[in-house]
Design a protein around this ligand. Structure first.
Ligand code: TXA
Ligand code: MG
Length: 326
């Protein structure tokens, strides 16, 4: 159900949940200071309670309302990338709700770069917690239609058009002493972060996989960063090689089954429904979830996806595809 900006602000102020656009993906928003409203996010998403939420603020000056410290390194990152697709995880102030931070000692903050999101924050006068507006483990939404398809037609959605970045923000954790760590890759790259901070990622903590598989004491976790994430319902297979993908499609068709394919760049195509994206990281990111939603809706037996090259420019797209592929 589409709602106006005024109605979205009114609903947020009265403790309700609404879906809002951001430049990355649509978010399921609630007043970040209202625990009952926050609980509804977890209920609607069917998301475990220990998964912390990102708080969306309208202005960098609001960081101090949430974070106990705002280290120089984090200030530089905020000045460079906000409003934008960067989430900063900082030590939380004591009063910050345990619900919004999933019992973590830290809080995740972001100023979104979307005029409608910024207008909503301003009009409501609130900071809003917003995870992606999809069911836990399902594909993230990049249009109002995706939100309604995933969460039901009754979900109030503030329509801000198709998301321009298309995949979730880069998440960087910054400790009180200014050490930083990439918790989730995004279109703002690790190299972009290192250039601005003037330092490499904290060596001992580096590598998301290590954090995921071996959570150790004092190591900031990236809850929700497990393998089963961002999946379409149709079984999906990933291919480094176009020829292997085409060969697999022939095997599937010969077995009397149906498949569809997502290809990156021009070249040969399999004999099935194909979405072909331009061989350019920002464009693939923008259209990735939309393409997967479209292919998923075909209800074929298998989705075949061509992987981009394993280079830093493609890191975020590769991350999302490898999660979708399991
Ligand atoms: O682009 C985005 O970030 C989108 C839009 C709506 O802003 N939001 C989003 O939220 O992707 P979500 O909930 O799907 O992913 C947020 C992730 C969590 O899964 C968790 O890994 C990380 O942010 N996170 C949040 N708070 C954290 C904290 N205190 N420490 C470590 N990781 C945290
Ligand atoms: Mg999500």
């Amino acid at each position: 159900m589409r709602i106006s900006l005024d109605e979205a602000a009114a609903r947020l102020k009265s403790g309700e949940v609404v879906a809002m656009p951001t430049e990355t993906v649509y978010g399921l928003a609630a007043d970040a200071t209202n625990d009952a409203a926050l609980q509804q996010i977890f209920t609607i998403k069917q998301r475990p309670a220990d998964h912390p939420l990102i708080v969306h603020i309208g202005d960098m000056r609001q960081v101090d309302d949430w974070a106990a410290v705002f280290p120089d390194v984090a200030v530089k990152l905020a000045q460079t990338f906000w409003p934008g697709a960067l989430t900063l995880v900082l030590p939380a102030r004591n009063h910050v709700s345990q619900v919004v931070r999933g019992n973590e000692p830290t809080i995740a903050l972001r100023v979104p770069n979307h005029p409608v999101a910024l207008a909503l924050l301003k009009l409501s006068g609130l900071s809003v917690a917003a995870p992606s507006a999809n069911l836990f483990t399902q594909l993230s939404p990049t249009t109002a239609e995706h939100v309604e398809a995933g969460l039901g037609a009754a979900m109030p959605v503030l329509d801000g058009g198709a998301c321009q970045v298309g995949i979730e923000s880069t998440i960087v954790s910054v400790s009180a002493d200014g050490q930083w760590q990439l918790l989730r890759p995004g279109m703002i790259s690790e190299a972009d972060i290192a250039r601005v901070t003037g330092s490499p990622q904290h060596a001992q903590l580096a590598g998301t996989d290590r954090i995921l598989t071996q959570p150790a004491l004092n190591v900031p976790k990236a809850p929700g960063q497990h393998a089963l994430h961002y999946s379409p319902r149709t079984p999906l297979s990933l291919f480094k090689d176009k020829a292997a993908l085409i060969h697999e499609s022939e095997t599937i068709v010969q077995a009397g089954l149906q498949c569809a394919a997502l290809l990156i760049g021009a070249g040969d195509k399999p004999n099935c429904t194909v979405i072909q994206l331009q061989n350019q990281p920002a464009q693939v990111a923008e259209q990735l979830y939309s393409a997967l939603h479209t292919l998923d809706a075909l209800k074929v037996d298998r989705l075949l996806v061509e992987l981009p090259p394993d280079t830093p420019a493609w890191a975020a797209v590769l991350d999302r595809l490898s999660r979708a592929g399991g």
